[in-house]
Write a protein that binds this ligand. Sequence first.
Ligand code: FAD
Length: 355
Amino acid sequence: MVGGGPAGLSAALTLQKESVSCLVIDYRQENSFKPGESLAPGANFIMAQLGLDGIPISGYHHQYVGNNVVWGDTTPRERYFLNEPYGNGLHLNRIVFENQLFESANDRGITILQQYRIKEISETTDRIFIECLSPSGDCIVIETDFILDCSGRSGIVAKKLGIKRTTLDHLASYHFMITQPDAVLNGMTYIESVEDGWWYMAPVHDNKTVVNFMSDTDLHTIRPDFFEEWLSQKLSETLHFSSLISKDAFNTLIHTGIKTATTSFLDIPGGNRWLAVGDALCSYDPLTSFGITNALTSGHAAAKAIQGLIQGNATAASDYLSGQMHLFNKSVTMLQNQYRQEQRWTNEPFWKRRL
Ligand SMILES: Cc1cc2nc3c(=O)[nH]c(=O)nc-3n(C[C@H](O)[C@H](O)[C@H](O)COP(=O)(O)OP(=O)(O)OC[C@H]3O[C@@H](n4cnc5c(N)ncnc54)[C@H](O)[C@@H]3O)c2cc1C
């Protein structure tokens, strides 16, 4: 597995359970910020399948009980998960969650090469080679039967093999994290559409809230030294959102940043000796809240495909890929329907391109 995020570790946990020997290579710096904190209720099923339903929640993550949405008109609408098949989701402390996945893999005897960086990928007819740099700068070559590219949106294995990515939009997250009591949002994710995008915010941990303005990068030119003022100005233009954030929040900013959040997929998603998984294969608009759940599910499915190949099922890899692409196409259609429910700004570029 190249990449030790939710996709890579889900695949490793599944392979290890099936007694297929595997290794995870990841270059993540410990405790680095990663966007994505709302684990949808649908993830409960795959978490249980992976034996991750016992990870400690209390004191780290919070119950994610529903959404408060202003979309299509000015009325906030609340939807609780209580009566849904999988119950509540979680608002994750993402750093802790990633560490918990690492620890679960470690505890089950999976080898993880941490802070190793991929340099090259090469193939012969019957083997594939990964050349990587260790934290101390040594170059090592790993020879393997099969690679799962679980490296997120960077899709590093595919990139090294010269494969391109198709991107369907220019969506990015302009985000910041503030200190405010968890009780303000009370376990809800808040979403509000505006004329050039939409906002969402969620409580994360230790009385911190992450706030994201989602918009297309080509619609804004922002001077880096003016970023906070720009965000603050954009926030003040919202109808309900701004009232949930205290006026002096911008004095206590913990983190600010811009991250790509495009919907995209790999033009060639696998070969004889590799398959793409999770965000590396298809990345989802955060409006779907599907990214982490998809990464876990897709990692599990890819590992099952490898097991199928070992057992002589020649179509296991292509069956896996068609299943993933079917899911992606279905999600794109659902996403279009969601965007089309907002008809107030149909002449504005952000919405016009999503009609
Ligand atoms: C703004 C934003 C908000 C989001 N909000 C949500 C949300 O609320 N809920 C949700 O479910 N999803 C959300 N997502 C999506 C979610 O975070 C991703 O879908 C999910 O992290 C994908 O998991 P992954 O394992 O495929 O990739 P990643 O989590 O990106 O993991 C990839 C791993 O590969 C490693 N890696 C990358 N390159 C290399 C390399 N060259 N060598 C070695 N290792 C490498 C990285 O260190 C990383 O650990 C959001 C995404 C964005 C951008």
